[in-house]
Design a protein around this ligand. Structure first.
Ligand code: IMP
Length: 433
């Protein structure tokens, strides 16, 4: 793949998140001028390893790690400002200074402390029916956006009196709501909250701007844009395994609305997948392995959440789900991550279909309860024993590994352009296609 010929592109996960998007965005960044986050918030965790140093970003676009690149947080992001400032500070302590190159949309929604509290209270009240959220306030923040009268945006911080007045009204309402719904009677202090957020706002006053205009001007000026998707396509609010999803448009179709660019902007789209499948939180996962093999994948792949530390559920590669996600986002190139993790299995499964007591499913369907009851149809390929971590080109991969990639490519219907054999930047294989 010629990385310079992708045009404006997007990197999205094709399963339930944690596919390794951060690494791919980092790899591509040098060929782009501007890296843009367009969805999600502190629920995401993008890990990048450069020269043995590990960086885990939740809100900042991965582009901030590359010098001389611009990074933008688009209108579709749920912005946890204090947390983002902590990230900036932590990077500063490691010699990476995020300054003017970061732009924050004045239209981005603010995640407030009451959103996180509501997330926790709501999950606790749901008991066994809980979604298993990251407790980062994502759902309540987007719910308030849709409600409009209880929403605050980054641009509101630039008008302190108005912000304080609005926040006072909202906090009063939330206090009453939490007491009535959850018997939570510890009132939140609007004035202290306003002080904290306005102080944060002052620190990023120069970064908050009309990013929609910035992106449109950048496109017109011939700059190249890279859109960094968060979470994974199957967590998409509309097209994922609803209700076990997050609250934003995680697929590539979220780019126009979440960033503020025309629908025709994307010229390619990179879909990221692990060589197996994982999921955190509740919800259907037909190819899940609740056995020793699943445990082995978890331990070998270090499959514990970047954001919450929760153990991830692990299973064989779900090609049915990947094909659906790739078609939805218009994926042009696949990146298959964690190939090294699968070394040592005698045989490797790929889920090629689902069956239910009512008969086989035609593909990935909207009915979550049907997916919960689905049993996977597995096809098995011979495994390999070779340690792939030192491999530096597709040609060096063992024949069985290449056979496995060929099968993924055929089942998903998109060419594999990138493969990853370890966490470091150098452990990335790019295929000429
Ligand atoms: P929320 O986004 O915190 O509301 O969580 C909703 C569901 O999405 C839960 O199952 C989370 O575990 C899952 N989720 C949200 N973001 C990510 C992610 O970046 N990686 C993996 N799972 C995620």
């Amino acid at each position: 793949m010629d990385l310079t010929r992708l045009g404006h592109t997007c990197v999205v996960g094709l399963h339930w998140g944690d596919e390794g998007k951060g690494k791919i965005v980092d790899l591509l960044t040098e060929h782009f001028d501007l890296v843009v986050r367009y969805n999600g918030g502190g629920n995401a965790g993008h890990t990048v390893q450069i020269a043995g140093e590990k960086f885990a970003l939740h809100l900042l676009p991965v582009g901030v790690l590359s010098p001389n690149k611009m990074a933008a947080i688009g209108t579709g992001v749920a912005l946890d400002l204090p947390r983002m400032l902590e990230e900036i500070q932590a990077l500063g302590a490691r010699g990476i200074h995020v300054g003017d190159s970061l732009r924050i949309s004045d239209r981005a929604q603010l995640v407030m402390p009451y959103h996180k509290r509501q997330d926790q209270l709501s999950e606790a009240a749901l008991g066994n029916a809980k979604i298993g959220t990251t407790a980062r306030g994502i759902g309540p923040c987007y719910a308030d956006k849709m409600l409009r009268s209880t929403a605050l945006r980054a641009g509101d911080l630039l008008r302190p009196d108005e912000f304080r007045e609005k926040l006072t009204r909202i906090v009063e309402l939330k206090n009453r709501l939490f007491a009535a719904l959850y018997d939570d009677r510890e009132p939140m202090d609007a004035s202290a909250m306003a002080d904290e957020y306005l102080a944060c706002g002052e620190r990023v006053r120069g970064n908050i701007c009309d990013t929609t205009r910035l992106l449109l001007d950048s496109i017109a000026g011939g700059k190249r844009l890279l859109f960094e998707g968060a979470n994974g396509t199957l967590l998409d609010i509309d097209h994922g395994t609803f209700p076990y999803v997050t609250s934003s448009t995680t697929s590539a179709i979220g780019v126009p609305a979440g960033a503020g660019v025309p629908a025709s902007t994307l010229q390619s789209c990179v879909g990221v997948l692990k060589a197996y499948t994982t999921r955190v939180g509740a919800g259907p996962f037909p190819s899940e392995l609740r056995d020793e093999i699943g445990d082995t994948i978890r331990e070998r792949g270090h499959e514990y959440g970047t954001t919450t530390g929760r153990p991830r559920r692990c299973g064989w590669f779900d090609a049915v789900a990947a094909r659906y996600s790739a078609a939805l986002s218009g994926i042009t190139h696949l990146a298959v991550m964690h190939l090294d993790t699968l070394a040592g299995f005698e045989r490797i499964g790929i889920c090629t279909g689902y069956t239910t007591p009512e008969g086989p499913l035609s593909g990935f369907v909207a009915d979550c309860s049907l997916l919960e009851r689905a049993t996977p149809v597995f096809e098995f390929l011979p495994g390999w024993d070779e340690d792939l971590r030192q491999v530096r080109s597709f040609e060096e991969l063992p024949a069985r590994t290449r056979q496995y990639l060929d099968r993924i490519e055929a089942l998903v219907g998109v060419p594999v352009a990138i493969a990853s054999v370890g966490p470091d930047r150098t452990q990335t294989l790019i295929r000429s296609i």
